[in-house]
Design a protein around this ligand. Structure first.
Ligand code: FEO
Length: 170
């Protein structure tokens, strides 16, 4: 069982995870249009990863006897600037999501909601990985600057990203 306040906060986070998925899908399209298929594929897989974040939280709310409240999803931008700016926006977004997850954990601690604390621990660990993955792309992008050859090499590396593993069944 979860409190009504926690139910609303988790539903709000479902909406934010949907937005993340939506934004990465928009970024995937954008990268494709600027001729970077590897970037586009990486973003497409990031979209899939975010979709898993959505359904994991959705299932938890239902498992706790809560109600699902699906809200409208904000429209993401269509264009994201240079390849470096695409990943800087991604990093800023993931840092924002980390703050949201920490705030949720704060509420779970305040309410002595131990089940939700255990559940959210997965997202806290996941955010460390998400930020690290993005930092691992931002750093080489900063290094290559405007060098087209360097950019093409990064594009090829990003194309190697594997699809996310399915989240373990409950
Ligand atoms: Fe669901 Fe990228 O955080």
């Amino acid at each position: 069982m979860i409190s009504e306040k926690m139910q609303e906060a988790l539903n709000e986070q479902v909406n934010k995870e949907f937005y993340s998925a939506y934004m990465y899908l928009a970024m995937s399209a954008y990268c494709d249009t600027i001729g970077l298929p590897g970037f586009s594929s990486w973003m497409r897989l990031q979209f899939e990863e975010e979709s898993l974040h959505v359904t994991k939280m959705f299932d938890y709310i239902l498992d706790q006897g809560g109600q699902i409240h699906l809200k409208p999803i904000e429209e993401p931008p269509k264009a994201y600037g240079t390849p470096l700016e695409v990943f800087e926006t991604t990093l800023e977004h993931e840092q924002y999501v980390t703050r949201l997850i920490h705030k949720l954990m704060g509420l779970a601690v305040e309410e002595q909601d131990y089940a939700t604390q255990t559940f959210l621990q997965w997202y806290i660990t996941e955010q460390v990985e998400e930020e690290s993955n993005v930092n691992n792309v931002v750093a080489p992008l900063r290094m290559v600057g405007d060098d087209k050859g360097g950019l093409m090499m990064i594009d090829q590396q990003l194309a190697q990203r594997l699809p996310p593993l399915p989240i373990a069944p409950k």
